[in-house]
Design a protein around this ligand. Structure first.
Ligand code: FNR
Length: 183
C-alpha cells in the first residue's frame, strides 16, 4: 500500500499536552493509507539569519522531514493570542535559506485545543497568515476550535463523546480529501 505521509507539528513541548492528545485522536481517525510522522522541534536552535550560509544539522533535518512528506498538519495551543514561539521558530527555520522554503505547495491544516473558550482561534488565524505567505494551501473548513474538558480526550487519543468524534472525523475526512486533491 502506498502511504501518504503527513509531517505533524504539535506546538506544545509539554509532557501532558492537550494538543498532543488531540493530535493522537486525529491520527486514530485517519485512514490506513495515511501515516503521521511527529516532527521534532524541541532541539532546534533559535533561528539566526547567519545560519543561511551553513545550516545547522537539526535545521537541515527539519527541512528534510517536511520535504519528504506529502502534507503538513499543525495541532497547536494558543500562547498570548498567537502561536507558541517554539512553533514559530521551527516554521522560520524551515522557510529558509531564502528560495528553499520547505512548506511550498504542501497541503496543510491547522487545529488546536485550549483551556479557554475561544479554543485557539486567534493562534490559528495567525498561523493561517504565516502558511499563506509560505505558499502552503491550507484547508479552510471545518475550523477546529476545541476547549479541553475532563474526559474529552484521553492520553491515547480516545475521544470521550460521540459528537466530538463525529466532528473530528469530518475534519479528518475533509483534510484527507484536501491532501489527495493537492497530490
Ligand atoms: C496560555 N494559555 C492560553 N490559552 C488561550 O486560550 N489563549 C491564550 O492566549 C493563552 N496564552 C497562554 C500563554 C502561555 C505562555 C501559556 C503557558 C498558556 C493556556 C493554554 O491554553 C494551556 O496552557 C494549554 O494547556 C496549552 O496547551 P497544551 O500544552 O496543553 O497542549
Amino acid at each position: 500500500m502506498i502511504k501518504t505521509r503527513v509531517a505533524l507539528f504539535v506546538g506544545s513541548l509539554r509532557k501532558d499536552s492537550f494538543n498532543r492528545k488531540l493530535a493522537k485522536a486525529v491520527e486514530k481517525l485517519a485512514p490506513e493509507d495515511f501515516e503521521f510522522a511527529h516532527v521534532r522541534i524541541d532541539d532546534l536552535p533559535l533561528y539566526n539569519q547567519d545560519f543561511d550560509a551553513d545550516y545547522p544539522a537539526e535545521a537541515t533535518r527539519l527541512k528534510k522531514d517536511i520535504e519528504s512528506a506529502d502534507a503538513v498538519l499543525f495541532v497547536t495551543p494558543e500562547y498570548n493570542r498567537a502561536i507558541p514561539g517554539v512553533l514559530k521558530n521551527a516554521i522560520d527555520i524551515a522557510s529558509r535559506p531564502w528560495g528553499t522554503n520547505s512548506f511550498a505547495g504542501k497541503p496543510a491544516a491547522v487545529l488546536g485545543i485550549s483551556v479557554g473558550a475561544i479554543g485557539t482561534a486567534l493562534a490559528q488565524q495567525h498561523l493561517r497568515n504565516v502558511l499563506a505567505y509560505l505558499d502552503a494551501p491550507t484547508l479552510g473548513q471545518p475550523e477546529v476550535f476545541m476547549q479541553m474538558k475532563d474526559g474529552l480526550i484521553d492520553d491515547d487519543g480516545n475521544i470521550g463523546n460521540d459528537d466530538t468524534r463525529k466532528f473530528l472525523q469530518d475534519f479528518v475526512d475533509r483534510y484527507v480529501a484536501w491532501v489527495k486533491k493537492h497530490a
